[in-house]
Every structure is written in structure tokens, then in C-alpha cells.
Design a protein around this ligand. Structure first.
Ligand SMILES: Nc1ncnc2c1ncn2[C@@H]1O[C@H](COP(=O)(O)OP(=O)(O)O)[C@@H](O)[C@H]1O
Ligand SMILES: [Mg+2]
Length: 237
């Protein structure tokens, strides 16, 4: 018998970018382990842009200020940065008059036009409690055809736009104490996500809509980044 605890479990397939790129929502309370999982997944994508709304640069990737993206045709600028480093962090400016939402949408525009890249919004509550702006909405609704994957990391799922819930092929829940947050996941994604309320720190449940799989995971062993999660990343372009 195989000692691998996941050997009999179906493999969840999450496609970060390239053909049929997917959308994923990672939800959980502060400190529940969202960023750690997101980073592990993003590191495996062949190109990624991590929009850092808190200015922490958790990935430790090279930082590009959002203000550097030219306001018309920002895609060539992004292409040039990703040619230097395939994974970059974009940080927002807090200059007065520069709205976060506008800065995020410029980066979303670049990713959407360029194609073949994973766009990550960590700590996205600041920009994802309203209807997504134009290009972010396109990434969410039409990114698949352009090879643009999208990862939204949120604390309160009851406040995120409906389009994100309906388009996300994957929903991951870490510990989520808010009843209204859990209820929404259970209602609009998989009923098994109701168990998110009782998860312990760093444990998570992964719902894969197309495959109709809901699977519970133990905490990542971060020393061995990729081999514990039974997840395949399809890098095909
Ligand atoms: N599987 C894990 N094993 C050990 N420590 C973890 C694990 N996941 C997260 N942590 C630690 O817990 C803290 C919170 O994790 P983080 O991913 O930043 O949570 P969140 O993004 O949900 O706030 C961090 O210090 C992180 O290093
Ligand atoms: Mg975090």
C-alpha cells in the first residue's frame, strides 16, 4: 500500500495560466494561512503578477510600482518587466488622488492585454467589495480565453462581488469564523464548504467546481513546498 495519504484522492487541477486559465478565491480570517498557500501556488505558475495591497511584498519578488504602468497600452511595459523576472510584485502608490481601484485596474489591463499570466490580488477586500472595475471584470469574466488566471485572496466572502463567486472555478476556505461568510460559500459554491467554520488554523478545504471535488487538506509543510498538496498546475500556454 502506498503511504501517500492523498494517493486515492482525485487530483485537483488548478490552471494558473495558459490555456483555460482559471479563477480561484482563497478565503479565510487573518493569519489562517491564505497568503502561504497562494504563494506556493503562484510560485508554480510560469508568470505571475502579485498585486500587493498592503505594501508587504510577502512573496519577496522584485517590486514594480503601479504608477510606472503607462496609462494607455500598459501591456508592453508589463511584458518587459516579466521578461526580466517572471514573477513580480506590484505595489500601489498612496499618493492623494490615486485611487487603489484605478491602479489595480491599470495592472489588470496590462495582464489582460498581455495574456498568459496569473494575476494575484492579496488582501483584496479594499478593492473587491464593489463591482470590479472594467479590466478586472474582463479578467474575471473573460481571462480564461486569454490565458489570464486570477487569484483573489479575501477575508470576508459575504462582501465580494457576485461575478467573482459565479466565475471562480476554485474556492479554497481556511478558518472562516463569520457565519455569513461561510453561508455564502456553502450556498454559492460547494455545500461542503460549510465546514470552514470549524477549521483549525492553516487547515483548508478546496472546492473544484468543474471536477465536483471538495477536499480537506492538512496544513502545508512549508519546508517541502509543493509535494504535499495534491494539485497539478498546468503551465501549457
Ligand atoms: N502550514 C503552515 N505551517 C506553519 N506556519 C504557517 C502555515 N501557514 C501559515 N503559517 C504562518 O502563519 C502566519 C499566517 O499565515 P499567512 O499565510 O500569512 O496567513 P493569512 O494570509 O491568512 O493572514 C504566518 O506567519 C505564516 O508563516
Ligand atoms: Mg495574507
Amino acid at each position: 500500500m502506498s503511504p501517500d495519504p492523498f494517493a486515492d484522492a482525485p487530483t485537483i487541477r488548478w490552471r494558473a495560466g495558459g490555456r483555460d486559465a482559471q479563477r480561484i478565491v482563497i478565503a479565510g480570517t487573518t493569519g489562517s494561512g491564505k497568503t502561504t498557500l497562494a504563494l506556493m501556488l503562484a510560485e508554480q505558475s510560469h508568470r505571475a503578477v502579485w498585486i500587493d495591497l498592503k505594501g508587504l511584498n510577502d512573496p519577496g519578488w522584485p517590486v514594480v510600482p503601479a504608477l510606472k504602468f503607462p496609462d494607455n497600452d500598459p501591456a508592453p511595459y508589463l511584458a518587459a518587466r516579466l521578461a526580466e523576472w517572471p514573477h513580480i510584485t506590484v505595489q500601489l502608490s498612496d499618493m492623494p488622488g490615486m485611487k487603489d481601484l484605478d491602479q489595480v485596474d491599470r495592472v489588470a489591463q496590462a495582464a489582460y492585454k498581455l495574456g498568459n499570466v496569473l494575476l494575484v490580488l492579496d488582501d483584496a477586500m479594499g478593492v473587491l467589495t464593489v463591482d470590479p472595475p472594467y479590466y478586472l471584470n474582463r479578467v474575471i469574466t473573460m481571462g480564461r480565453a486569454r490565458g489570464v488566471g486570477f487569484m483573489a485572496i479575501v477575508q470576508r466572502t459575504h462582501r465580494i462581488p457576485r461575478v467573482l463567486m459565479t466565475e471562480a472555478e476554485h474556492v479554497v476556505a481556511f478558518e472562516l469564523p463569520g457565519a455569513e461568510d461561510v453561508d455564502r460559500l456553502a450556498r454559492e459554491a460547494g455545500p461542503a464548504l460549510a465546514a470552514a467554520r470549524d477549521l483549525r488554523r492553516w487547515h483548508y478545504i478546496w472546492y473544484a467546481r468543474e471536477q465536483r471535488i471538495t477536499q480537506a487538506f492538512n496544513p502545508l509543510r512549508r519546508a517541502r513546498k509543493t509535494d504535499q498538496v495534491n494539485t497539478q498546475l498546468d503551465q501549457s500556454a
